[in-house]
Write a protein that binds this ligand. Structure first.
Ligand SMILES: [Zn+2]
Length: 173
């Protein structure tokens, strides 16, 4: 397994529209495992393949459990070719993103959703999600369509983000 490099805003590759997966082979499984290791190394709870430069409709989510917020590997959801088939309600959630480090802001999302997807073997699956899982799925599916959470900010908050981001870049350089 390997920790991969995560593309960061404003890398143009993050704007690609990812294509469907048709082959569910060991290359896919290795990618899923590398993505998981990469996500845990950066303390993320979700990661889309495009964030490691692979424009395929693949995402993983591993929500922290219990008071310690432990991420059990067996809880990791591997979601391939996802399609949201039903949504309900709305919810505000403070989001962050491994491709937009050190920036967090509240975003409005669907509170509940039903998702059709395939697992690592190509088996069709369905799941119901609410709260953080629903938010994480919508955030990661946006990545598959080249959308970042900062695109959803109001003009004012977007300006605040650009300012903070430029400042952070300067202090790094
Ligand atoms: Zn993200």
């Amino acid at each position: 397994m390997a920790v991969l490099e995560i593309l960061q805003y404003p890398n143009k590759k993050l704007r690609a529209r990812s294509s469907e997966v048709h082959v569910f082979d060991s290359t896919l499984h290795t990618l899923l495992e590398d993505m998981h290791e990469t996500m845990l190394a950066r303390k993320g709870i979700g990661l889309a393949a495009i964030q490691v430069g692979i424009p395929k409709r693949i995402l993983i989510i591993n929500l922290p459990q219990g008071e310690e917020g432990t991420q059990h590997p067996e809880d990791c959801l591997e979601i391939i070719n996802p399609v949201i088939t039903h949504t309900e309600g709305s919810i505000l959630w403070r989001e962050g993103c491994l491709s937009v480090p050190e920036f967090y802001e509240e975003i409005e999302r669907h509170a509940n959703l039903t998702l059709a997807y395939q697992d690592r073997h190509g088996e069709s699956k369905m799941l119901q999600a609410s709260e953080l899982l629903s938010v994480a799925i919508q955030h990661e599916i946006d990545h598959l369509n080249g959308v970042l959470f900062v695109d959803k900010l109001s003009m004012l908050k977007r300006k605040k983000f650009e300012k903070e981001f430029k400042k952070a870049l300067k202090s790094e350089g």
